[in-house]
Design a protein around this ligand. Structure first.
Ligand SMILES: Nc1ncnc2c1ncn2[C@@H]1O[C@H](COP(=O)(O)OP(=O)(O)O)[C@@H](O)[C@H]1O
Ligand SMILES: [Mg+2]
Length: 253
């Protein structure tokens, strides 16, 4: 179980997340949708403590951390939770001076102290899973965006995180390259990977998500099954947002 309870995040006077609570059952996929600036990235970054929430509790499996205004949080408190997470970014963020397989092995060898051979074998099996084993020795710059993102997904999965956090994983990609990433994420979802994913891609969200959260102004305005949120939203703000996205896309959801 992954549980975010009563999270508040402020940057100075700006309250970016207000009393956000979400529960993710293991093996489910949650999509975060909503307008730019609504707080999607900040929520993901609060879950892995790249941003420290001002208040609230983050619980991932049997690890939890309670935050309070003015209470400093040290690395000892951050690390056990962050290790339960893997993160996939919009712009891939592969290490440019490492080959594909080195990118995937890096965390296993340097952080988890795995022997290189074991890390190599595990990295290769993950590259197979995302259809990138044939590029194991290639440099990131020689790959398409879709291929780089598939490698980034393998890297994020390497330490077997309890939850995969994806921040707009297809937003930087042309449609056909986005499709190959959607394929990989759909397969992971079917295999029971727990994911929380910020996305503007309603097709991706409706294909992989069990629940959708509509986040606007730092508040969860509405949440429910993809069909309910995308085809019969209840709140006015959700309706407007879904209509604006559909206006820009020709596919059916
Ligand atoms: N490091 C930061 N410092 C100050 N404000 C920030 C920071 N990160 C995000 N914000 C603000 O938080 C709000 C939510 O941003 P973000 O989480 O990136 O939204 P989204 O991902 O939904 O577009 C925005 O108003 C943004 O300007
Ligand atoms: Mg964002």
């Amino acid at each position: 179980m992954i549980e975010v309870s009563h999270i508040e995040k402020r940057f100075g006077d700006n309250v970016v997340l207000r009393d956000v609570s979400v529960t993710l059952a293991e093996g489910t996929v949650t999509a975060l949708v909503g307008p730019s600036g609504g707080g999607k990235s900040t929520l993901l970054r609060c879950i892995n403590l790249l941003e420290i929430p001002t208040a609230g509790t983050i619980r991932i499996g049997d690890k939890s951390l309670q935050l309070q205004p003015g209470k400093k949080v040290g690395w000892d408190a951050i690390q056990p939770l962050r290790r339960q997470t893997g993160m996939v970014f919009q712009n891939f963020q592969l290490f440019p001076h490492q080959t594909v397989i080195q990118n995937v092995m890096e965390g296993l060898v340097t952080v988890l102290k795995w022997p290189r051979e074991k890390a190599h074998a595990h990295a290769l099996s993950l590259l197979e899973k995302v259809g990138m084993a044939h590029k194991a020795d290639a440099w990131p710059a020689t790959l398409s965006g879709g291929q780089q993102q598939r490698v980034a997904i393998a890297r994020a999965l390497a330490p077997a995180p309890r939850v995969l956090l994806c921040d707009e994983p297809t937003s930087a990609l042309d449609p056909e390259l986005a499709e190959e990433v959607v394929e990989v994420l759909s397969r992971l979802a079917r295999e029971g990977t727990t994911m929380i994913m910020a996305t503007h891609d309603l097709r991706l969200a409706s294909r992989v998500a069990d629940q959708v959260l509509f986040l606007d102004g730092g508040v969860i305005v509405e949440q429910g099954a993809p069909n309910a949120i995308f085809q019969a939203p209840e709140r006015e703000r959700t309706k407007k947002f879904i209509a604006s996205l559909n206006a820009g896309h020709s596919y059916d959801i």
